[in-house]
Design a protein around this ligand. Structure first.
Ligand SMILES: [Zn+2]
Ligand SMILES: [Zn+2]
Length: 281
């Protein structure tokens, strides 16, 4: 059996919003924290480049300029810079958007989908239930799901790949995976609760095994301590009971696989340790 290929992986900051730690985790400090939205730029040695999530992009400010979408900005005050958009950072890696074969969308919340329009030739990879949950929503109905319709490319459906073959090796406590390249290097797994059809991505990289868990938890220490986000955040969750089950599953996974680094999309602690230096302001 041949060895699993190692992927090159750069974790990039696309901007941040301000949040309160005691909302992000039960029993958290009453202090304001910067919640960066990270994306991962990944290169497979044979199959080329892909992006995990599209992150923030400045067009999110336009998309939230008017009601009802402006409510999004009230809840999460935005601190965005054009040079932090994922596509704007590609040149320093010698890349353009055309080099990105696929963008894997963990879930359809605005802080993960604002950059999608910057990738006009990429495939968009997601779960059928994730796309179905937002495809026809507008106005308040979309906002209630954290989705801003203006951020979705008009030809999204024509370029999307809906994952339905979860026949890869199961992850301890988390269930079956989709083996994206068929060589074990990138496994996608359902992480339900936070948003309908949310996915995680376990990547075998040259910097070790990284498990991108999207918004299953906002702080990595939620997984270590099995502490969920505060109750006040339940109103944005697809299924609050399932949020806790997924955190419990990740906790058990982390016990079984201590070699794997859990990477939530917005954890300030993980951000400080793992993210590439950002371009100067
Ligand atoms: Zn989210
Ligand atoms: Zn998020």
């Amino acid at each position: 059996m041949s060895a699993t290929p190692s992927l090159t992986c750069y974790i990039l900051d696309t901007g941040h919003c301000l949040a309160h730690e005691h909302h992000l985790i039960e029993g958290g400090a009453r202090q304001e924290v910067a919640c960066h939205s990270i994306v991962a730029l990944i290169q497979h040695p044979e199959h080329g480049w892909l992006l995990w999530d599209a992150g923030y992009a400045p067009r999110m400010l336009d998309a939230t300029a008017r009601f009802p979408y402006r409510l999004y900005r009230w809840i999460t005050p935005l601190r965005l810079r054009p040079e932090l958009a994922a596509a704007a950072q590609l040149p320093r890696f010698g890349l353009t958007a055309a080099d990105i074969g696929a963008v894997i969308v963990s879930h359809f919340h605005a802080d993960h989908e604002s950059g999608l329009l910057d990738f006009p030739t990429s495939r968009y990879v997601t779960l059928p239930e994730a796309y179905a949950s937002i495809a026809n929503l507008r106005g308040l109905a979309a906002l209630r799901r954290g989705h801003l319709p203006a951020l979705l490319p008009a030809d999204f459906a024509a370029r999307m790949t809906l994952l339905d073959r979860f026949t890869g090796p199961p992850l301890p406590e988390l269930g079956p995976t989709c083996d994206y390249f068929g060589d074990g290097s990138l496994l996608l797994v359902r992480l339900p609760g936070h948003a309908r059809g949310q996915m995680g991505m376990l990547a075998n990289t040259t910097r070790g095994a990284l498990f991108f868990v999207a918004d299953s938890c906002w702080l990595a220490r939620s997984v270590q301590t099995r502490r969920p986000p505060a109750r006040i955040t339940h109103f944005i969750a697809d299924d609050p009971t399932q949020v806790q089950r997924t955190i419990d599953g990740l906790h058990a996974f982390a016990q079984a696989r201590p070699d794997v680094l859990i990477v939530p999309s917005h954890c300030p602690e993980t951000f400080r340790r793992e993210v590439e230096p950002t371009p100067a302001a």
